[in-house]
Design a protein around this ligand. Sequence first.
Ligand code: PMP
Length: 354
Amino acid sequence: MSRFFSNQHKELVPYTPGEQPTGRQYIKLNTNESPFPPSEKAIAYAAEAAKQLELYPDPTCGALHKAFAAQCGVSPDEVLMTNGSDEILHFAFLAFCDDRHPAAFADITYGFYSVFAKLQHVPYTLIPLREDFTIDPEDYVGLGKTIFLANPNAPTGIALPLEAVERIVRGNPNNVVVVDEAYVDFGAQSAIQLIHKYDNLLVTQTFSKSRSMAGARLGCGIGYKELIADLNTIKYSTNPYNINRMTMAAGLGVLEDEAYTRANCRKIMDTRLFTTQALRQLGFNVVDSMTNFVFAKADWIGGQALYEALKERGILVRHFETPRLKDYNRITIGTTDQMKALILAIEDCREGIK
Ligand code: PMP
């Protein structure tokens, strides 16, 4: 730390992203990326856009807002595209949280929420998940706080039904409820259809998972137009050109190629079923997932030991050190061949232990 670092941030412990190895080639099942390449349209549009990199991009992101809004069945002033969904979540903390509007979220959820809260010195409450990692919606009713709800949740993969999400939104009419739908496309129900009913609902989504665009950084918020106007105030006060030309063009390409996205989601869901069944046969407890990852623990090997044994065998998964999670690993669903390689590697570990 330099002697110039602001006192405000001296205690800050930043978010730790999953490993992005640059040397050895691993089967990467650790950061919930798509195993499929981006849509060919996205690649072609981005390449064309690269020819005009000398010019700033459209700060209003007009064409992309229009196309995405049409796909969601909302109007363009009800959406805001951002640099990954991490940026819309950051904007939401800046716009809707302060001393009078503290934050609340589950004790086990996306790790960035507590980092954003600490960055801005927003007080926050952690709401414990039940023993089986599910959320009790009643814990969130009448909280008087800005709520951040990952649905489906991470790293558990468990989804709340739409009625439960609505109960939480309806139960907090004077507070914003942010529903983070990063993983919604793998079988869960989206709350977008509720945004015209509740002026306190902000839904966030990402192009990083189902749309194979993690490297381009594109996320979005969908909500009542006054909420979006507030988020725009934050955007134009931090980074008006938050979406670069190539990402904007790629985003349009992928939206025009919705059939490709849907086909990939279907493949991931099929492979998730295969992986869950194979892991269960190997003695794993696998949480029922509605995402592109599974959360699993075995009684014959610890979480850290499995992580290390797989890494030695060229497979990366995500392990968390916290007390309730340390026995588990979060395993991204890759291609069927990648998941077969995972199962073989786990069988090999088990042979070594016998
Ligand atoms: N929300 C959740 C629950 C996530 O797991 C992630 C990805 N790690 C994000 C948001 C952010 O994703 P991105 O910034 O790539 O859109």
